[in-house]
Design a protein. Sequence first.
Length: 364
Amino acid sequence: MKNTNKILLIVQRSNGDVYLCLNLIQELYKYYNSPQIDILVNDDTFSLAKLLPFITKIHTFSYAKKRDGRWRQEIKIVKDIFRKYDLSINLTASDRSVLYAILASKKSISAIEKDNNKSWWKKLLLFKYYHFNKNQHIFLNNLKPLNLLNINYEYNLEPIKASSKAINRVKKILINLGIKEFFVFHPSAQYNYKIYPKNLRDQLLSYLSNMGIPILVTGTNNKIDNDIKENLPSFPNIVDFIGKTSLEEYIALNSLSLAYIGMDTLNMHIAASQNKRIFAIFGPTNLSMWSPWSNYSKMSASKDLPMQTYDNVTIFQADMHCVACGKAGCDDNHGNSECLYNIKPTMIFEQIEKWHNGLEVEIY
């Protein structure tokens, strides 16, 4: 398959999935000697996809479109990709994404479910396939197509690099504020069920404010982040950065920070790729798939514990029998996650303070 000049990569999931496919893109680009690589993503991940290196064209799909618009959208995508590629790679096992891969190229590779009742037709029509493993980190799942293509690779999670323009703008903002060293505190996530409750968050910010180092509270301009911004407490050393940076500028900002404190979301994976010290608060999310990847020992968390540290990562979870259930809130419908109400701010702060003071944090 060395005569591969056009490749379509399909990643129809969240921002985290898109970010964690960077290594795959880089290896394909290197192995096939600078091919054209296009990507098909959901429209709510477009701003991140724009920052990926070596991408020529971005196709987007919107779940927000109503039924008639959805069909027109499907027809347009099929017209745009049908047999236009020498190789197509799909990283999710959904029926729609698999069909896109099959239609885009005769040489189609895709993740599939292990359940034969769902996957028999995918096995029949795909050029090659692999089983998506829900007990394995997304980063490792995303590298599996390289095994099928006999391409060697490293287990080092690479970062998206911000432009010099973005870095200089962020440095200018920090200079104007008189900020040199700082922590990033990212309290939001894509969904409310993954967010640390306000009363506990405020307690944690109160403790952090007494450390004497600026805590930059980050976020975007969406509703969840703006709600946090409107209710942000006025403590010393707590600096409101919500809505003040683009995604690329956030990447630059985080690269200059001492540590990341916050939720399991895209920003946490950005910090992991930058080898930052990470203090991550987890609710119902599956650690095996989504915990921060460590480039030092090439591993992630694989078991649920109230607190655990490996290399540059410390993870906090509730000490509850249901953790981590993997549901979208306790009702599995984006409601509250009781587990997040059972993570003590004092435990989080104690570990951050120990690390900042040069003491050993507790390792389990």
